[in-house]
Design a binder for this molecule. Structure first.
Ligand code: HEM
Length: 483
């Protein structure tokens, strides 16, 4: 088991050894009758069971973390989309998704279905490129370069935008009542990410400043609707949201405005993209817009909501977090250096990423025939088969995480073996620790380190600024400023 694991997943050290050696086994499960099988699985996935139970129930039924199933979208208007996948639902089998010798990632960001390239200026942007494509290296290196260069001003840009957001919460709450945090969070993210990732000031374009978040939300929704479970208005969702893909023209004019914003306000980075990374101006604009809008804004919009809702559920540890933050911030300077020393804050962030990975599903296609190991068995995978990992279950693997269902806020601290556990934290499509990290040779999120650090700064800012924070059902309900 140890040797197999090492050979299949170079980014990830092998999980602890189990007592019995895994045996070769046929992959359980089936795809059912044509049309009927995929349709029935789609209805179970979106409606009757929901994604978590969909995977969980099949895992129990087959008594295996690896099995065959269909995943949406499917039937009737997704002609040419093959819903057949092999689900991989434990840490060991999921790790194969990171091994670029074994799998390819061409056009499989959200499965066999790929939103029209019209949503990205007619181009296949970085997230859809395989590591074997030269363009992938060019754009990935650009993304890594942007993050490295902006790291010096990241925290100060962020706190400027945080000041604006929390000042506004203070003033709303001072007149009584509460304030929903969804839209303010998105506004904060859009402003600060535009500045850090593009060097662009949103105030340069009044229309984009006012409506940029709504433009991005609509653009994201139209691309992803066929794959997202909402499950509030069934059967209307199945009929209107999950049966066909929405056309780009619905957001065409918004997209054009956002692309113009990048073209006009991100001039320096566009120059660098062309001179140093040999991209055309068009490639640079649409890739930067995707990185800003899809990767960063989309990812953080989901992640910060989970972070705040965990703060709401974990009121009893606010005091401990606040104490750590104030002890570690020397002379009121918030920086990456200071938050790195906040073990509890970081552990809280990692635990949120473990239980609520913002991008729940990852896909990869077998580059060749190979043997895939789960904790319990070994399976034959054929070239061309699509693997589908569902992170919310993988990150509850009981062989790796003790009390996997519980939010254990200090799980990732040193005293609890947190350093070792980071090898198995996969939200970024790769392990959180290890020297390999995101590079042009893999498909790990370019911001593997920046994302948790940003969340830690977000929390540290909050606990530095307030003595008490009240949060309830998506709203800030009370705030008591630090004395
Ligand atoms: C909370 C925020 C974020 C989350 C949850 C997130 C998550 C992810 C995930 C899961 C992937 C892999 C997708 C796949 O291939 O299956 C990815 C890829 C990527 N992310 Fe992030 N990301 C976030 C923020 C960012 C930011 C701030 C950047 C800015 C540079 C970024 C840049 C990228 C890029 C360029 C890729 C493509 C990597 C490649 O093709 O090799 N992400 N991200």
């Amino acid at each position: 088991m140890m040797i197999k694991s090492l050979s299949v997943a170079p980014l990830t050290p092998p999980p602890p050894q189990s007592s019995t050696a895994p045996q070769k086994m046929a992959i359980p499960g089936s795809y059912g009758w044509p049309v009927i099988g995929p349709l029935s699985d789609r209805l179970q996935y979106f409606w009757f069971q929901g994604p978590v139970n969909f995977f969980k129930k099949r895992m129990e039924k087959y008594n295996s973390t690896v099995f065959r199933t269909n995943v949406p979208p499917a039937f009737p208007f997704f002609i040419g989309v093959n819903p057949n996948v092999v689900a991989v639902l434990d840490v060991k089998s999921f790790s194969h998704l990171f091994d670029m010798e074994l799998v390819e990632k061409k056009n499989v960001l959200v499965g066999d279905f790929m939103p029209s390239v019209k949503f990205n200026g007619g181009l296949r942007v970085c997230a859809y490129l395989d590591t074997s494509e030269t363009k992938h290296a060019q754009v990935k290196n650009l993304a890594l370069d942007i993050l490295a260069r902006s790291s010096a001003t990241w925290v100060s840009s962020m706190t400027t935008s945080l000041d604006t957001m929390w000042d506004s919460f203070d003033s709303t709450l001072s007149t009584g009542g509460s304030a929903s945090y969804y839209l303010p969070l998105q506004q904060f993210l859009f402003t600060f990410l535009s500045r850090c990732l593009l060097g662009a000031d949103t105030s340069a374009s009044p229309e984009v400043e006012k409506s940029g978040t709504i433009m991005l939300d609509k653009w994201l929704a139209l691309q992803l609707l066929p794959t997202i479970s909402i499950n509030i208005l069934q059967p209307l969702e199945e009929i209107f949201l999950h049966s066909f893909s929405y056309p780009f023209w619905l957001v065409k004019s918004d997209y054009q405005k956002l692309a113009n914003f990048v073209k006009n306000e991100a001039k320096e980075i566009l120059q660098r993209a062309q001179n140093e990374f040999k991209l055309t101006e068009e490639e640079a604009i649409h890739n930067l817009l995707f990185i800003l809008g899809f990767n960063a804004y989309g990812g953080f919009s989901l992640f910060l909501i989970s972070l705040l809702s965990n703060l709401e559920n974990q009121k009893n540890i606010h005091e401990e977090l606040r104490k750590e933050v104030r002890e570690k911030i020397a002379q009121d300077v918030l920086s990456f250096e200071t938050v790195k020393q906040m073990e509890l804050v970081n552990s809280f962030v990692y635990e949120t990423l473990r239980l609520s990975p913002p991008v729940p599903q990852q896909f990869a296609r077998a580059r060749k025939d190979f043997e895939l190991s789960s904790h319990d068995a070994i399976f034959d995978i054929k070239k061309g088969e699509l693997l589908c990992g569902y992170q919310p279950l993988v990150m509850r693997d009981p062989k790796i995480f003790e009390n996997p269902e519980d939010f254990v806020y200090d799980r990732f601290t040193k005293k609890k073996g947190g350093n070792e556990l980071l090898n198995y934290l996969f939200w970024s499509n790769g392990p959180q620790s290890g020297t390999a990290g995101p590079s042009m040779a893999n498909k790990q999120c370019a911001a593997r380190d920046m994302v948790p650090m940003t969340a830690a700064v977000f929390l540290a800012y909050l606990f530095q600024r307030y003595d008490e924070i009240g949060i309830s059902s998506g709203s800030i309900t009370s705030l008591k400023k630090a004395k």
